[in-house]
Design a binder for this molecule. Structure first.
Ligand code: ADP
Ligand code: MG
Length: 256
């Protein structure tokens, strides 16, 4: 198993008392699989991403990535968030190469640029490599953010609502980009999303988290194959899956 989360419990201690966020959370993800985590707002999804990336240590339980216990931040992870946070003083190419400067000092400048260009080509941004972030649309910036997250060939890509702020059409465009990247690059992916259609379109499996303190309340295997099309989202099977997920979210919200 590539990712193993075993009986993880976590609480935050604040001035007003302790907030139990996760309780006995357990799940595993096979290498190369794409899992979407959905659940009520504030149930602890972003906390899961921080624990997976080693930015936080769980109060109880253990997390393993490739059989190694996660106990500190690791360079074999790539992350992208709702806000792409690109550096305005760097052009698109140099924003994309940034992780290579930080995590792998051995990569030469020439190789870094080659790798970044390979990804920028996959997401259709070759012509924009010398532009500044402010010259790009929201969707384009998010594409750069995905390239930057993948440039150092991470074994795990963690996406925390990366398409949440985009309009519906741009979002669907980005879903396509995500499928292309997944086909070409070899990573396991955990996507946090509020959008159930997005979860079904991108993931192999969807886990619904319960209300806080969260654990996995429901697991749904997605029947769509590797060559998914947007129209598959309107099939009878997907419509049924959507209604199951909606019901599960309702249950989770009641208990949040
Ligand atoms: N650093 C922190 N200190 C205290 N409370 C926190 C901290 N981070 C998150 N929380 C609380 O933990 C709960 C879960 O947060 P989060 O994981 O961000 O939820 P989600 O991403 O599912 O919306 C929320 O109630 C939030 O207020
Ligand atoms: Mg969050």
């Amino acid at each position: 198993m590539h990712i193993e989360v075993k009986n993880v419990s976590h609480e935050f201690v604040t001035d007003s008392g302790s907030v139990p966020v996760l309780q006995n959370l357990s799940f595993s993800v096979e290498k190369g699989r794409f899992v979407a985590l959905v659940g009520p707002s504030g149930c602890g999804k972003s906390t899961v991403t921080k624990l997976l990336s080693g930015l936080l240590e769980p109060n109880k339980g253990e997390i393993f990535i490739s059989e190694q216990k996660v106990s500190s931040p690791r360079s074999t992870i790539g992350m992208a968030f709702q806000n792409p946070v690109l550096l305005e003083w760097r052009n698109i190419l140099h924003n994309t190469t940034l992780p290579l400067e930080i995590v792998s000092r051995v990569t030469s400048k020439l190789e870094s640029k080659k790798r970044a260009r390979e990804l920028l080509a996959l997401v259709g941004l070759t012509e924009f490599e010398t532009n500044r972030p402010s010259e790009l649309s929201g969707g384009m910036k998010q594409r750069v953010s995905l390239c930057r997250a993948l440039v150092h060939r991470p074994e795990l890509l963690i996406l925390d609502e990366p398409f949440g702020a985009l309009d519906a059409f741009t979002k669907e465009d980005l879903w396509g980009t995500m499928l292309t990247l997944k086909k070409e690059e070899n990573f396991t992916c955990i996507l946090i999303t509020h959008d159930l259609r997005e979860a079904l379109f991108l993931a192999d499996e969807v886990f619904v988290l319960s209300g806080r303190p969260a654990s996995v309340q429901y697991r749904l295997k997605v029947g769509l194959g590797k060559n998914r099309k947007l129209k598959d989202l309107y099939s009878a099977e997907t419509t049924k899956s959507l209604s199951i997920l909606r019901k599960q979210i309702e249950i989770a919200q009641k208990n949040n």
